[in-house]
Design a binder for this molecule. Structure first.
Ligand code: R5P
Length: 293
């Protein structure tokens, strides 16, 4: 029998201090379970509330596109500067060392290549396999206004149903067909549909009047980088997006196709996490670039 504790240990119960319950730091994400929120906190930095995701999943329909011919050579050195890696399961298992501790956002749809109608996608990864790969989130392309709109929305809602059972957040990715106008009205429609139908966060393109898009979307939005821009323009876009309510970037080509990808991702981080102004971030980019030249 253990001896009775006779000392006055009441002070160690801190009776004067009520237990705190704090709200989760991401908008629209307070009602999820612990595992779900913990995964979101692995994608979004809890200190800044923002994320720099590095997207290099393009090969799932584009093959070895510029900058992604050798992911082991060009992308792995960037991983340490990214909060999350957005990639396919094939690349994860074949090229990403399991000792890497970045969170993983798994591309979960696929089907058509660039040679076919892109919106004809299906789910391409099971939640069981995603759990096996310890992913932080799963990403589904949704083509609002596309030929296979309903099918892609159904891809997302089916995945949300299944992923919710395991506490895995789903990222809705708004893909814009060539025939559609990328403006706040369209992007607002697409992002809101993703959120209404259960996406935990949404990825979309930055457009003028973006603050109306973020205001009307009840969950966090991250922006895609899109086609390669001059570095200052890409930094300006990241700054404007964050300034207008985005919770981060999911950037690919504007980082890995940059003249100096490491300098670029470090500069993007300053903009996203620390609010550095675009011109200052561009000067940082040039300084870092010259250091490695
Ligand atoms: C598109 O192929 C993928 O969904 C990319 O993850 C997405 O477009 C972001 O990459 P980027 O910044 O190159 O547009």
């Amino acid at each position: 029998m253990p001896e009775a504790d006779t000392s006055d240990r009441k002070k160690e119960y801190h009776l004067e201090k009520p237990q705190q319950s704090s709200a989760f730091f991401l908008k629209g994400s307070n009602s999820h379970d612990w595992g779900f929120q913990n995964r979101l906190a692995r994608v979004f930095n809890p200190l800044s509330g923002k994320t720099v995701m590095l997207a290099f999943d393009h090969g799932y329909f584009q093959g070895p596109t510029t900058g992604l011919e050798r992911i082991d050579v060009t992308i792995l050195p960037l991983a340490q500067y990214a909060d999350a890696l957005m990639l396919t399961r094939g690349v994860l298992r074949s090229l990403i060392p399991p000792a890497l501790t970045n969170s993983i956002v798994m591309r979960a749809t696929g089907g058509p290549s660039i040679l076919k109608e892109l919106s004809n996608e299906r789910l391409a990864v099971s939640v069981e396999d995603a759990v096996r790969m310890n992913v932080a989130a799963m990403a589904v392309q949704v083509y609002i206004g596309g030929e296979y709109e309903t099918q892609t929305v159904h891809n997302m809602t089916s995945l949300v149903d299944e992923a919710n059972r395991y506490g895995i957040p789903v990222l809705g990715v708004t893909a814009v067909g060539k025939e559609l106008t990328r403006d706040a009205r369209y992007i607002g429609l697409a992002t809101r549909i993703c959120a209404e139908l259960g996406a935990a966060f949404v990825k979309t393109y930055f457009v003028p009047e973006f603050e109306t898009v973020t205001a009307a979307c009840p969950v966090p939005i991250v922006i895609a980088g899109g086609k390669k821009l001059p570095e200052l323009d890409a930094l300006q876009m990241a700054y404007d997006a964050i300034d207008q309510g985005a919770s981060g970037v999911d950037m690919g080509r504007n980082i890995f196709q940059s003249d100096d990808p490491i300098a670029m991702i470090k500069s993007v981080r300053e903009v996203v996490h620390n609010g550095m102004k675009p011109q200052e971030a561009y000067e940082l980019y040039n300084t870092l670039k010259n250091e490695t030249a």
